[in-house]
Design a binder for this molecule. Structure first.
Ligand SMILES: [Zn+2]
Length: 342
């Protein structure tokens, strides 16, 4: 058997993003653990004892509880009750840390690497709670820490956490949940049952991982740090101008939003009001299927906007494309600056 040409093994970042961006999530503990590890940035071989990580981990959870009381689908949790009581001032920090060590890591350490039915191939730590009272950092984590995208992973984890807790908090049936994009503030927001607006997270932070941290069009590196030249722009694949020419607010749907480098968006030879080529349309379809894979609430949002079945979503994009091309007439594709990733 010869390997098929062009098949690429998932990268270390793919494994990490698999854990954070996909998977079913019945509790938010995975996000808190991920954020704690990213913040501590331990080296390969380091033993992180539960007492060392507990204050940071509990800190993330108590912070989130302040704005979103629902941190899981279970009706009650002893550990979350301790976190709430800390926020109310009835539990001291020492008690919180003690209880976190006792109750807070029960399912999350075992389940952290699980995506779909199995653990991802690249583990970021080994469980040594029984022998050494903590977790041991693997080579994979230090390789991840050396990658240029490492700094963005915290923002991605935070954005995903906000999205998931919002869908729990809204108390709407899943089929009714839609996440909207505010193009002025570049924020995602949702509406509750009474149509009250709840801001969720930055559109950039939420979208970055689903295009693997590269410009959607040219695969140049992008970074979520506003101070950098490589800070991406939230771009409408089908140009924003269509909103005023009869296509309406569907243009602002998440299905139509991608992150682009400044060059592609508005550099010399940038996209402006042209229509991307069919090759790029196929890529949009792939990216949208990544969003569908992420479960609530992006999955429901995309399905509402573009179709319940995969085949319907393809037809939706094709029909939309034909209408837009007939209206805008010009087409565009950039010179690729990096390897095609998806
Ligand atoms: Zn670009």
């Amino acid at each position: 058997m010869y390997p098929l040409e062009g098949i690429k093994q998932p990268t270390i970042e793919d494994n990490w993003r698999g854990i954070i961006l996909y998977g079913r999530n019945s509790q938010s503990y995975k996000f808190a653990l991920a954020k704690s590890l990213l913040e501590m940035r331990p080296a390969e071989g380091d033993l992180i004892r539960l007492e060392d990580i507990a204050p940071i981990y509990a800190g993330h959870l108590t912070d989130h509880l302040k704005t979103s009381d629902k941190q899981g689908t279970a009706p009650s949790s002893k550990f979350l009750d301790i976190c709430r009581s800390f926020n109310e001032g009835s539990t001291t920090e020492a008690q919180l840390v003690k209880k976190t060590i006792e109750l807070g890591f029960k399912n999350v350490i075992d389940a952290f690497h699980r995506v779909y039915q199995n653990d991802v191939p690249f583990r970021f730590f080994e469980d040594e709670r029984k022998t050494n009272g903590g977790i041991r950092i693997t080579t994979n984590f230090s390789l991840l820490a050396d990658r240029p995208q490492f700094e963005d992973l915290t923002k991605e984890a935070e954005a995903r956490w906000r999205l998931v807790e919002t869908s729990w908090e809204l108390k709407l049936s899943r089929a009714l949940i839609t996440v909207h994009h505010d193009s002025e503030f570049e924020l995602l927001f949702a509406l509750d049952g009474k149509r009250r607006r709840k801001n969720v997270t930055s559109s950039r932070d939420a979208l970055n991982g689903y295009q693997l941290g590269y410009c959607f069009y040219c695969f140049d590196h992008i970074h979520l740090d506003q101070g950098k030249e490589s800070f991406p722009e939230v771009d409408h694949f089908f140009p924003h101008t269509l909103k005023q020419s009869g296509f309406g607010s569907i243009i602002d749907g998440i299905w139509n939003l991608v992150l682009a480098c400044k060059e592609c968006n508005r550099g010399a030879g940038g996209k402006f009001t042209a229509v991307p080529t069919e090759r790029l349309l196929a890529r949009l379809n792939t990216r949208n299927e990544f969003l569908i894979g992420s479960n609530h609430p992006l999955k429901e949002t995309l399905m509402r906007q573009t179709g319940i079945l995969k085949a319907d979503r393809k037809v939706f994009l094709k029909n939309f494309y034909n209408d837009v091309w007939a209206s805008l007439l010009h087409r565009w594709e950039p010179v690729e600056k990096g390897e095609v990733r998806f």
